[in-house]
Design a protein. Structure first.
Length: 181
């Protein structure tokens, strides 16, 4: 790692976040992707306030470290978060992933299925081939890219059931005398 990468990683982890990835473009853009650590009591999603906090701290650190950049962007990795490190695979075991191999296996490089621990240091993806469930064992060295499959729940956070219509339509009673609102 270069000195700017070390400075970014020290700062992000020091603030209690996980550094997912960094990108640096020729135009001077420095992009930093952060995530909450597993089991963070503050929640599982990165907020705008989190990004602002990390941005402000990185601006100071990068100035002190004399790291040149034209623009700094700090954001969450998104719903389709990339899996980069062995710890990412362990954290998201059991989740739906899209996996692209460096070399084709039986004429295929792309797989979509459920990530599972494999033998030893290896991993497994269980996918449906149109007829039956199949399993492919792989090592991290064989992976070009792996990302979580975005799970979008239109019923609300964490799949909470919608309130029955009777609950929504019922008048709300206030504690001060039982008047309806």
């Amino acid at each position: 790692m270069t000195s700017w990468q070390d400075a970014v990683e020290r700062t992000v982890t020091g603030l209690g976040y996980e550094l997912v990835d960094t990108e640096r473009s020729a135009g001077g853009l420095l992009r930093v992707y952060i995530d909450r650590v597993a089991g963070d009591p503050a929640g599982e999603f990165v907020t705008v306030d989190d990004c602002e906090r990390v941005t402000r701290q990185l601006q100071h650190v990068l100035e002190v470290e004399n790291c040149a950049y034209a623009r700094l962007e700090v954001s969450s990795p998104g719903l389709d978060r990339p899996l980069k490190k062995p710890a990412d695979y362990a954290r998201f075991a059991g989740a739906a992933v899209e996996l692209t191999l460096k070399l084709a296996f039986q004429g295929r490089k792309k797989y979509s299925g459920v990530l599972q621990p494999g033998e030893g240091e290896g991993w497994r993806i269980v996918f449906h081939d149109g007829k039956t469930d199949q399993a492919l064992d792989f090592s991290l060295d064989e992976v070009r890219e792996a990302r979580l499959v975005p799970v979008v729940d239109f019923k609300g956070r964490r799949g909470a059931a919608a309130k029955p219509a009777a609950d929504v339509a019922a008048p709300v009673q206030e504690a001060d005398g039982g008047r309806e609102r």
